[in-house]
Design a protein around this ligand. Structure first.
Ligand code: NAP
Length: 251
């Protein structure tokens, strides 16, 4: 039996980057995969290609995670179609670098609405549905910056620190309903977004890599492997855990 055989799963912000590779991994692991992003055009072409790729079922579901009514309607449509939701991955986020002096209130509000408030909203709504069917697994995508901090990332790292605290508290609160809540805290992962930010910052990549003990940047697949494990029943006694996927880095 595959790791996520017939699990009903939803991954937010899965049109590109890490979320997209998590969705691919879930499909390979036998899950029914609902992939969320902002717009239909963001969805990977393979979402309509399931039979050819020998995966169970992949369904695009577009909504803005900050739109509470749309988020609720999206979850209810999955629940009605499948009768349950087993796994949610809170991956959607806004990633931006700003020196402390450049951080503005509108930027903070925008970042917190996607990276923090939408995560709480999602956990509130989906936990009620998971409780009806005996439990589930929620995996939040945090960041190493939320653990150790990073210059130029006061806003972003603070949202990820909040995700870590949300994970620990929600895990404690939802354990009686058999809902596990964990997070992964990736280091530097080579995605398009990282490359855009890195190019804009003018940092030297070799210096960054020299601070990673395993001597390389992470890949979206490294993150997807960890998320798939935490989502699965193999992690059935693990909750409230923050799993670093960072090559033993100190950034
Ligand atoms: P990404 O390529 O920017 O992917 C984020 C996805 O979320 C995008 O498809 C984005 O859509 C979508 N999104 C943004 N706002 C949304 C909203 N309101 N509703 C629905 N979807 C929304 O970033 P990534 O590098 O793959 O990062 C994925 C996750 O890993 C994030 O939580 C990030 O904080 C975390 N992480 C990344 C790194 C790294 O080095 N890359 C390191 C640590 C943690 P648009 O493209 O249309 O904006």
């Amino acid at each position: 039996m595959k790791l996520l055989q017939n699990k009903v799963t939803l991954i937010t912000g899965a049109g590109r980057g890490i979320g997209r590779v998590i969705a691919e991994q879930f499909a390979q692991d036998g899950a029914i995969v609902y992939i969320n992003d902002l717009q239909e055009g963001d969805m990977p072409a393979w979402a309509s290609d399931c039979a050819e790729r020998n995966v169970t079922k992949v369904v695009p579901i577009c909504f803005d995670v900050t739109d509470s009514a749309a988020l609720k309607a999206g979850l209810m449509s999955i629940y009605k179609a499948e009768g349950r939701i087993d796994v949610v991955v809170n991956n959607a986020a806004i990633i931006a670098n700003q020196k402390l002096g450049m951080v503005t209130k509108p930027l903070l509000e925008k970042m917190y609405s996607v990276n923090v408030f939408a995560v709480i909203d999602m956990i509130q709504i989906v936990s009620r549905l998971m409780a009806r069917t005996g439990g589930g697994s929620i995996v939040n995508i945090a960041s190493i910056t939320g653990v150790v901090g990073s210059p130029g990332q006061v806003a972003y790292s603070s949202t990820k620190g909040a995700v870590i605290a949300i994970t620990k508290s929600a895990a404690k609160e939802l354990s009686p309903q058999q809902i596990r809540v964990n997070a992964v805290a990736p280091g530097i992962i080579k995605t398009e977004r990282f490359e855009e930010l890195y190019e804009a910052s003018g940092d030297k990549i070799d210096q960054r890599i020299s601070r990673i003990a395993l001597g390389r940047l992470g890949t979206p697949q490294d993150v997807a492997n960890a998320v798939s494990f935490l989502a699965s029943d193999r992690a059935s006694y693990i909750s409230g855990h923050i799993l670093g996927v960072d090559g033993c880095a100190s950034i």
